[in-house]
Structures are given as C-alpha cells and as structure tokens.
Design a protein around this ligand. Sequence first.
Ligand code: ADP
Ligand code: MG
Length: 566
Amino acid sequence: MRDRNSLRSTLLDLDGRGYKAYKDIKGRYSFPNFTLIIDRVQGDPFASPSQLRVQVPQSIAQFPPHLYASLSREIALRDYLTRQFDRAAQQVSSRRGTGKSGLIAITRFGQEILERTAVFVDDEVEVRFIVGLPAQGRRILGRQAAAMLCEDIPEIVESALKYASLDSQTIQKHVETAEDADELRSSLSQHNLIAFVADGAILPRRSGVDDRPLLEAVVPFESPPSLRVELTCPNQGKITGMGVPEGITLIVGGGYHGKSTLLRALEVSVYNHIPGDGREFVVMNPAAVKIRAEDGRSIADTNISPFINQLPQGRSTVRFSTANASGSTSQAANIMEALEVGAKVLLMDEDTSATNFTIRDRRMQQLISKNKEPITPYIDKVRQLYEEYGVSTILVMGGSGDYFEVADTVVAMDNFQAHEVTAKAKEIAIAYASDRLSEGGETFGTITPRVPINSSIDPSRGKRAVKVKVRDVDEVAFGSEEIDLGAVEQIVDAGQLRAIATAIVYAKENYIDQKQTLSTLLDRVLGDIEEEGLDAIAEFPRGDLVFFRRFELAAALNRLRTLEIV
Ligand code: ADP
Ligand code: MG
C-alpha cells in the first residue's frame, strides 16, 4: 500500500496539471495512525466533491467497548463522532481556489440522533466524508491538495476520532441519553401508552427554520397530575412525565397556547434527540404517522372508501386514482396508505387538516343530506379505527367541541401548560348535546393492500439507468419525475430522503415483481437494512445515507406520479 509520503509527492507532481489528472490518486494510503481511502475523484472543481474514507484502528482510536455495546449506544456514538468530525473539519476547511476547492465535510445533521453511513464503529472507526480537491480554474493546486490530505485530515482524525482527545463525560451522556430514550420508547406499550413527554422537556423551537430549542421565555413541560406516570430507564433511572394513553386524545386550547408545538414534538419523537435538545425524553410510538391534507398530490388506486364514497360522476373510491387530489381526498389517502403499511398512531393538527374531512356538524347534516356528501368525516371513523384496528389518534382541535364525545383523553393547553380536562369535556358533551347523527356505518371498512407494478417505477433519465437527486427534505428528482415530499413531515434529514430514493431503486431491482404487496416489499427492504445496515441498499460506500422508517419510504412511492398498481 502507498503511504502518506508517496501521496504527498504524487500531489506535488500533479501541481499545475489539468484537473482530470487527479484521477491518479484514487486508492488506499497507509498513514501513521490510519488508512486513507480515496473512493471517487470528482471530474472538475464544480462537480460533486470527491468521496474519501478514513479507517482508524481501535488501537489508536481507543473507544471503550461499553460506548458501543448495544445498538442504541453504537448509533449514538456514531452520531457523536459525526458531529465531532464536522466540528474539526469546519475548523481546518477553507476556500482554496475555484468552485468547491478546499472543502472537507461530512454529511449534514440536525437535532436527531440517527443512524447514518457517515461513521461506523467496531474494531475500527470508519468515517466517510467529501473533499473538494483544489484547483485554480482547471489547474490542479498540488501543494494545497497535499496540505489538505496529508496535514489537515490527520489533524481532524487526531482531534475528532481519538477517545483521548474528546470529552469522555459528554460522550457518555450522548450514548446514555439515546439508550434511555430507546428504552422509554419500547416500554410505552407495556404501560398502554402511545407517547411520553418528560417533565421539564423543552418543546418549542427557536424558529421555523431553526430546530434548536427556544431559549427565551420558555415554559418547560409539566405533566397534568392525572396523566403523570413514572417510567424507568437504564441510565437516568426513574423519570416522570405525561403518559398519553392508547385511544383517542384531543389537544384543545386557545390559539397560540402551544397545541401545535406539543404535537410537533410528538411527531418527531419517533426519533431520538441529542442531549440539550429539550426533547431527549419525549418519546412516541415508532409506528406513529403524521397525517395532513395535501391537495395536489397524486393517488394511485388507493382504497379511500371508508372515508369517501359516491363521488360526482360515479367515480370509484375503492381504487381511487387522481393526478390532483383535493384536501379531503388527499387526507383520506394519507390515512389509508399509512394504515396499509402498519401505522398504529395517527397524528393530526387542525392547522393542516381539511375542515370537511375532520368535522360535519348537525346543521350541515340538515342542510346537505348524507347522500349528497361523499365524505364521512373522521369524527365518525376515529373510534372504529381504534376499536377494530387498534389504531390510536392524537388530534389537535381548538375549533370544534364535537370530538368531546369520541375522545378518551382531553388535554388543554393554557399558556403553554398542559391540563387534563377529560371529565369537564364529557360533562359539556352531555349538557350541550351536539345532536350529530353518526355517519360512520357499522364498521370502519377495508384497508386494501396494493401491489406496485415494477415498470411504473423508472429511475432512468436520458442515457443514465439511475438518476436520482435530492433537494433538502422536500423533493426527490427520480428519473424524469419529481416526487414532492413537502407534506411528509416526519422526514427530518435530507440523508433520509437520499436513502429513501436509493431504497426505491433497490426495491425495484430486487423485489418489486407484480406479486408482492407494498407492505411486504417494505418488510424485505427494511429487513435487509436491519441485517446489513444502510450499505445494503447502496452500490458503493457512501457517507450520506440516513435511517428512515417504512412509512416515509411508502410515502415517497405513493407520491411518485407514474406509480401503477396491479
Ligand atoms: P397553537 O397551536 O396553540 O396555536 P403553537 O404551538 O403554534 O400554538 O405555539 C404558539 C407560539 O408559542 C409558537 O411561536 C411557539 O414557539 C411558542 N411556544 C409554544 N410552546 C411554548 C412554551 N412551552 N414556551 C414558550 N413558548 C412556546
Ligand atoms: Mg396550531
């Protein structure tokens, strides 16, 4: 294997030559403390940066095995090292010429602790990152490249990937926090809970574009005494907070009193959060799916008949397709598709729900008779969904008291403080009857599995068999199609979307065969990932894939406008 000195002299030799000559440096290099691998070399200074790896043996890195002894801990340690590598890379990375010249970077991340392909820890620490190989115009800057690869990268390894250089208490806290959260989450069901919000949790965020905790004038969460439970986790020990029971929960309260903030915290608490985030000990059933209206989305043969029937022009709703759904039909499809792949909790906010999907009061029932209204509102289905399918709902509803009858638990937010008002709401429901006629029928109806057609999923574009590109957390360019995921709110990281797009291609190549249902396909793909890690779905070692759930993979496929069903 070539070494650091030979890499340095190769780079110095390349100085002043055309950019393409960089291709020569592909390969493995043995450095004093680690191995440097140059996997892919970019074609020019403006192209996607080059992809590199470092592998540091534990004889050098020296992370004590207890820091990665369980899966929770391992994922958290990898997350921690991703953040440390980023910090160190930002310190040394600087502009050194044209385009992306000088860049050293690792995949981007937010407040969540997620499994990523950026860092692996076992008998060695492997980190995958990108480098903008430096050039002036299209001429190689050889001395600059030598400084980056032979000086800066060893410095980053020294300060970010060696246990001795890091703060042992902070690392310990990081892995213990994730382990506790995982334990809390998996203990929910044995307490008949779907969610837990720890006392003292900080739920509001700094701004709509800044996911860090709000700093000023924050009201920490405090459980209503009647909903307070005590759970036990391995590191923190006992921890108290609000337990949200299975069934139907309403979050009510005046405008601007913190309802949506509580729901948003629950939505993203299917994931773990870093220490200091404020939501570390807020945990949600991992099969919870946020549902909202999403007019304009496409729908491919989804059975929305439990909610929508007798459309004008006699259109079928058992296999309902459209290129342009309305608010209510999109919300119905979002629910049915989530149920199809195993959702156990539905989360809804009046702010983003279609009104006519959510409520239909006595007066409207009088004016527009049932046989003239295709929509059966959610209020008439929510109990059937729980009783027949065991699917719970948490609904933010400040605008209508009609749900009081069907709720099991009512939480009122008042000045950002939670109170349990179930008994009072039930009294009011009796004193002021809504006089609604139930329109839900005998049973909820059928959840129909669908079987996707392979040829309708086409990632190719022009001469390239696979061309997928992700824009932030909202959009995937998939072949010649755009998949809009702006309304799929539990995708929190662009790397999740990259992994989802990659997984669709993987599913097409390996499993989609006109026989297997969408749900079985998800089992297969996620089973492979569980066994082999996210690398299972990628063709080469890439550092930019992030853990995703089956629900978001299904959501992406369901929004592919070319999707066809057998
Ligand atoms: P609602 O849905 O009840 O109308 P929101 O949840 O949107 O209210 O909250 C309104 C505002 O209050 C938001 O700017 C939010 O960041 C802030 N907020 C929410 N919870 C808290 C809290 N616990 N402490 C301080 N500010 C909060
Ligand atoms: Mg709101």
